[in-house]
Design a protein around this ligand. Structure first.
Ligand code: CUK
Ligand code: CUA
Length: 651
């Protein structure tokens, strides 16, 4: 594409000058000079006016903080990516399901125990396919306290605190082997929702795949969140059994639909593949029906049913069986066009938007109509498991003709919805009032999710939209065959949408993200009081106070009580014997914001990060005799290089 190159319009130059003038307190002479400079810069860099406007809207001078945070799934990296908006600067990776050396995550005893608590069947899991982060909500808006994220590959959900941006808990149920409709919260974060994707025999035993329809099932889990403790209470959690369709995405009802939740599904054909065994390949087997089923679930009533004891405990989880769910009226279906993907409830909670990957339409369901049909028990039929199906035509308000491959929808709170168009590689803005597209903007490339600031809450901010594109084909310089992903920031505050900036994501394929006002996040600068274990948020029983350092041989090994402070470890000489079990108890006794220390021992695969006030325990066997330097791995002070010592392992 040939960019148009021209002198900037007088108006733009004036705007630029105002900015430049403010930035450097320029006088008239300086302004005249700046005008010439800016025009030359634009010419030299081949920038047009639109580019310059985009730059002005996103450029964030040093020291100026971003107005919004994006919390994005890190895809295969098993992490969460924190990004500032409008600058699109990456602020942090939060280690969740994967060891992360810089943060010492998965190296000390406590974070290793946390990571290992996510192991399934005794197998170490050191990665995750994170898809959907969910910020905790109060009254249907983000409250900035917690973040939840799922692992689609291993059906796990993690809890992250936004006080210190660290993972606190990993949970899973043996009911599921994979998930997708996760994590989504109810409007006051009563529950964190996780629904399955690929059905398996519930509980994990082997059943021949020919018995798919009889024995394979899915489930939706309601993880009870205890906000006081900041942890999921697994004992108070429950699940509802679902038929062996492939449940896809989920969303919670809100306001008008509070107490309900929705899951879209595919493969109501119950195909299970077998293309070398005389059966159709899964993908075509699963695409025969014209309609799949939107699952309409009354979770508040399900809670009552569980409290009334109408459940079975299966694989350690309280499970409402399918017949009970039907009898109690917890589960209803409505048809949804071919291979749907994405289900998004409007800010007022009155409508539910579902797109069909193989359909050019987006369907808008009326919750009021759905509720009316349920009350009248007006069914169009039942599925093979006896689940009532509501008549499609009577459950919808209408359909919007959006474009090719519609997937996910977000809202701006001003009456508009934004839907990603995967095949068309575009984002469509459409009016909720008349279901008409008002504008489309091309994106690069293969857009998956879309996000708007607060776009899935009861009060969206609008302002910014981010297109989460799958492959950054031709957007950046070549880096080999594996393409980065591309987040494109789009301004939606004006009459027309404007593309502002691209951010390549080089670490896995993110799916969903949420954008929250930065002033809602209240993160701490240090752990107080000194000696906190960030996994429990409590003072660690082994914390070390200055003046109480020492080395002591006990029945279970050598205990080293150590403090770190700029610029020394105390003690800095550790003597042990080959074969000793060594328990290092390390406290960073500083409270200044910029006083992180690292701790590593050569060749022992030991590495840790000690944030100010943090306490870490490290247990290892001194199984190699020799002399091993240890040192601080964070450039913490002028004498950082001197912050070191020796581990002496006598033969
Ligand atoms: S899914 Cu990835 S683009 Cu897992 Cu939310 Cu639609
Ligand atoms: Cu402490 Cu470097």
């Amino acid at each position: 594409m040939k960019r148009f190159l021209l002198a900037a319009s007088p108006l733009l130059v004036l705007a630029l000058l105002l900015v430049v003038g403010q930035g450097c307190g320029g006088r008239d002479g300086a302004i005249a000079g700046a005008s010439a400079d800016i025009q030359k810069l634009m010419k030299d860099r081949n920038l047009n006016e639109e580019n310059v406007v985009a730059a002005l809207k996103t450029y964030t001078p040093t020291g100026v903080h971003d107005e919004y945070y994006i919390f994005a799934s890190g895809g295969h990296s098993g992490q969460v990516i924190v990004i500032g908006v409008p600058s699109m600067r990456i602020l942090k990776y939060i280690a969740v399901f994967t060891p992360e050396p810089w943060q010492g995550y998965g190296y000390g005893d406590q974070t290793t125990a946390l990571l290992r608590s996510g192991d399934r069947d005794g197998r170490e899991l050191n990665w995750a396919d994170t898809h959907h982060p969910a910020l905790s909500e109060t009254d249907g808006t983000y409250d900035g306290q917690y973040l939840f994220i799922n692992d689609k590959a291993n059906a796990r959900v993690a809890v992250i605190s936004l006080e210190d941006f660290t993972a606190k808990q990993i949970v899973f149920s043996e009911l599921l082997r994979s998930d997708h409709g996760a994590a989504f919260v109810t409007p006051n974060t009563e529950y964190v929702i996780e629904s399955g994707q690929y059905p398996v025999p519930l509980g994990g035993e082997f059943v021949p795949i020919e018995q798919y329809q009889e024995k394979y099932r899915s489930a939706v889990l309601f993880w009870k969140f205890d906000r006081e403790k900041g942890r999921i209470d697994t004992a108070k959690s429950f699940a509802i059994e679902l038929p062996p369709y492939m449940q896809d995405l989920a969303d919670s009802g809100k306001l008008a639909s509070d107490g309900w939740m929705f899951i879209n599904s595919l493969n109501t054909e119950m195909a299970f593949g077998g293309n070398l065994e005389g059966r159709p390949p899964l993908e075509s087997g699963a695409s025969q029906n014209d309609m799949d089923y939107l699952h309409v679930i009354n979770w508040r009533k399900a809670e009552e049913v569980v409290n009334a004891g109408k459940f079975e405990t299966v694989a350690g989880t309280r499970l409402i069986r399918l017949p009970t769910a039907i009898e109690e009226g917890l589960l209803h279906f409505v048809g949804e066009p071919k291979s749907p993907h994405g289900v998004d409830v409007t800010p007022d909670g009155r409508e539910i938007v579902v797109s069909g990957k193989l359909d050019t339409h987006t369907t808008v369901y009326s919750f009021e109509k759905i509720k009316g049909l349920i009350e009248q028990q007006k069914y169009a039929g039942k599925d093979p498991f006896g689940i009532p199906i509501l008549p499609f035509e009577e459950a919808i308000r209408g359909q919007a003709e959006i474009g090719l491959g519609p997937l996910h929808t977000q809202f701006d709170g001003n009456g508009y919805a934004y839907t990603s168009l995967f095949i068309e590689s575009a984002a469509a803005k459409w009016s909720l009032a008349d279901l008409k597209v008002v504008e489309k903007i091309p994106v690069h490339y293969n857009i998956g999710h879309i996000l708007v600031a607060g776009g899935d809450t009861v009060k969206p901010d609008g302002r910014y939209l981010v297109a989460m594109n799958k492959w950054a084909l031709d957007r950046f310089g070549g880096v080999g065959p594996l393409l980065p992903q591309n987040f494109q920031l789009i301004d939606i505050a004006g009459e027309k949408m404007q593309l502002l900036a691209d951010l390549p994501i080089p670490l896995g394929e993110p799916h969903y993200a949420q954008m929250i006002k930065a002033d809602k996040i209240k993160s701490v600068n240090a752990y107080t009081p000194i000696g906190i274990d960030p996994v429990t948020d409590q003072v660690d029983p082994y914390r070390v106070v200055s003046g109480e350092e020492g080395i002591e041989r006990k029945a279970d090994g050598v205990h080293v009580r150590m403090t770190a402070v700029r610029s020394h470890f105390t003690p800095d000489t550790i003597r042990v014997k080959k074969g000793d079990i060594v328990h290092l108890h390390l406290t960073n006794v500083e409270q200044a914001h910029d006083a992180t220390h690292g701790f590593s021992i050569a060749e022992y695969n030991i590495n840790s990060s000690l944030e100010p006030g943090e306490h870490v325990n490290i247990t290892f066997k001194a199984d190699r005799a020799g002399v091993f330097p240890f040192y601080c791995t964070e450039f913490c002070s002028a004498l950082h290089l001197e912050m070191a010592g020796y581990l002496l392992v006598e033969p």
